[in-house]
Every structure is written in C-alpha cells, then in structure tokens.
Design a protein around this ligand. Sequence first.
Ligand code: GLN
Length: 538
Amino acid sequence: MKMTKFIFITGGVISSLGKGIASASIAKILETRGLNVTLMKFDPYINVDPGTMNPYQHGEVYVTDDGAETDLDLGHYERFTHARTTRFNNVTTGQVYNAVISRERRGDYLGKTIQVIPHITDEIKERIKKVADVSQAEIVLVEIGGTVGDIESLPFLEAARQFRQDRGEDNVMYIHLTLVPYVRSAEEIKTKPTQHSVQTLREIGIQPDILVCRTERPLSSEVKEKISLFCNIKKESVIEARDAQTIYQIPLDFKNQILDEIILSHFHLICKYSEMADWQTEVVEKILHPKASVRIAVVGKYIGLQDAYKSIYEALIHAGISNDARVEIKKIDSEELEQCRPEELLQDLDAVLVPGGFGSRGIEGKIKAIEYCRRQQVPFLGLCLGMQCAVIEFARNVAGLKDANSTEFQPRTRHPVISLLAEQKNVKDMGGTMRLGAYPCKLRKNSLAQRVYGKDLISERHRHRYEFNNVYRRQFAEKGLVFSGIHQKKDLVEIVELKSHPYFIAVQFHPEFLSRPDCAHPLFREFIAAALQKKAGC
Ligand code: GLN
C-alpha cells in the first residue's frame, strides 16, 4: 500500500483570509490529478462542536451524513472535491481534551501526569491517522484554524510539527497562507507581515514549504524574490492568491502556477496530467458570463452575516450555473417584513427562499412572506424552519386554525401543528441531540418532489428538533397540502408542497448541503428554473 501524504495548512497575519477555500482548492487540483483526497479542519476553540454556537459567533453549522455538526469549511471541502466528510474530519480542542480527560478518569494513564505534550498532541495525531485510515485517502489535507501566534492553536501546530518527525519529510508538507497588503499611501506591496508570520511559525519549529499569498495586486517577480529570500522558500513556491470574482476560480489560479506539480514533486508522486477544462467552462465561465439573471429573496434573521447561510448561497449559485443565469440574492430581514406589507419588499423579486433557524424572532415575517408566495404564485422554497413556517401559514390561512403555531415558539398553542416527538421531550443536553444527519425519504408518485428529483427514494441531511404533527395530516391533505416526502420508518413528514402553484415546495431537511457547483441540487435547480419562468411571465 502507498504511504499516505499529509499537508498541513496554516494561516498568518489576519483571520478570514479564506484558508478553507484555499485548502479546498488545493485538494481540488490534486484530486483532478487522479489522487484520492480528504480534508480535515482543526478548530482551536473549547466547544466540543459548533452546534451550540450562535451563528453570529460561528456562521453556518455544516452537517455531515453521519450527523456531525461541524465547521462550515467542511462545506467547502465537499463542494470542491468528491471527499465525503464524517464526524472525524472536524477536530476541536474541546473534543481532544474531552477524550484525554475521560481516559485519565478511567485510569488508563496508569498514574502518569497528563500534559499537553505528549498526551494532547498524541490525541491530535491519532485523530489524523484515523481519518487517513478510514478514508483510505492518498492525500490528507489538514487545515489548522486560527492564526499563527494564537495561544489556542499551539497544541495543533506542535502536533503538525511532530508529524513530520514521525513520518519523514517526503510524506509531510506545510503550506502557509498569508496576507501581502498593498499600502495605498506608499503605493507599495508590503512583505513584512508575511516575513513576521513565517518567523513565528519557524519559532514553533515549522518551516513552510509553500507560501500562498493573499493579495489585491499581482505579485511582481521582485516581490516574490524578496519573500523567497526572507522566508526561506523557493521562489516558485511563493504562490499568488489574488482576489477572484468567484471562489471557484481559485483552483484554476493555483493550477496556472503549477501548485499541483510543486506538491507532487515534493512528495515524489507521478500522476496523470489534467487540464480542468470542464471546471473552467462548465463552472467558472457560467458564473462569470451567464445568459440570464434572476432575483431571489432570502428571508431570514441572520442576513447581516455573510456566513450564516453559506451553503444556501452557494447552492443558489450552483442552481444559477445549471440554468445559465446569474442569481442575484436579496437578503431580507424577516423582522423588517413584520413592519410592512410583503409586496413592499418582495414585489420585484422572482422567487423567495425561507431558510432554517431557531427561536421565535422574525417568525411572523417569514410566515407573511410565505403567504405572499402562496397567494401570488411566486416560486417558494422552504428549508427546515422554512417548511415549519409554511405549515403554520397553511394551518392558519387555509385550514382556518387561526392560532396554529410551533411549540418551539408558543409552547401552549391550541394548534401545535409543529411539535416535539416524545423522544425529544426529555432531552436535557443541547449539544448533538437534534435529529441530525442523513435520513432516507420516500417520495410520492407524481408529486413535484418526485419530478424534481427524478427518483422515488432520496437521502437528505437533517438538523432540527421539531417535526410536523401527524395529528393534522389528514385535515391538511383534505385542504390541499400535499405530503410528498415521508421518512417511512418513523412516519415523519419531510416534504410538503402545493398543487395549483408553479413551484411551492418546503422540506424539513437541508438540501443545500448536497449541492455542488458542477451538480446543482435538484430542488434549487428547479427553483431557479421556476424563477426564470416567472420572470419571463410564463
Ligand atoms: N428550530 C427548528 C427545529 O428545531 C428548525 C431548525 C432548523 O431550521 N434547522 O426544528
């Protein structure tokens, strides 16, 4: 068997440099060379996972098939590559300490003093080996969260340093992502922050092999030479990562600088050549030069934060690619909708999406937007909480149950059309206890859902606690709500839709997690197609 190769990706100077996208892009160019890749994310925070964090703290929580609540970078990994991540691909300080402390309490360490080195670092290294074993990947890319110099990421960096000691130079590589700012007043590109950041990394014992430099302006040959000299890195290994019009351009930019070759030659790997022509023409060109355009409203409460609905925004872009259309996203604050007539904010839009969420703030605005879509025949896609709101709207305004609600928002409502299953009622711990991960769902014959998916049985990822209350199923079906997707084992409603409407569909799961730039999710693809039709006045 071939030896697995490991690439550690660190970041310097500032946060938000796009380390996740850079890591995913590097994995992508290696994958197109025929290598089997996987990616891991190390998060230095003490939470066990981001599942309990507020979106303002963390952005979207990405859910894997096996039901792990993980960092949104895993979404980039799955969108850019064919890697399928699991709960083992996201490691936090909280998980590492949890494991070591439980072992200590069991007495497994036989009286030893437990220390960061070697016990914490060993646990981190074990987790990397485990992913390598389980995935059978030839290349494991490990992105270390945070910025070099942070106290919190030190154990992860130390484990990365030791990894090369253990496995040898030919099997381990370090890539450092840094910022090379342009200082307007001096009209110059400055390399000093990069020099300092590499210096900090070297103090920890890591000499990067490759530098990926985020920059607004092109890096001249002289600048690259200077960085090369001061940072002790070959000039061709100083890679420019200039701001791109779309994130999907970045793998191509890396490829143009033969970053794939540089990595392969470090590992002494010989692989087939690949051009990535399809990615260029079928993904990037389609985003940059679309034929048509549509305007889509996303009605949520975290719209001020770009990262909160990351996978949804990406899935809309993918659906645009497959419809050859630019998708202009208009973010609408659901609380603002509560203060006005819905047409004031929605009338010049071609379709409305209501995403997931928790808590009662902004709920009535979402319900108002859904009512508008139902009455005005505007294409509507509801996701998770979006489906629950669609059910409440139908209950109130079509089935005549005026005070229908979810018990999440009104525990004593007279008509709990969305409520907790018995198994959720006694849950005390908030972390990791929702209905999480992939569940099969059977689609109803001749429904919109079945037409859209083109099959009878699907599997989709979940993250919610509340469910449609089956007590109301027959009553609502008689009034025209179609229950077109059911999780059969527990008889749970997964999809609802309306018949006499061009596109009104709402799902209890999160299809956005399965959308890819070169393979848009069918629910999103047809949603954008319906929006285009509406715009054309069909
Ligand atoms: N708050 C709802 C629930 O827990 C919906 C969750 C979501 O949209 N992800 O069921």
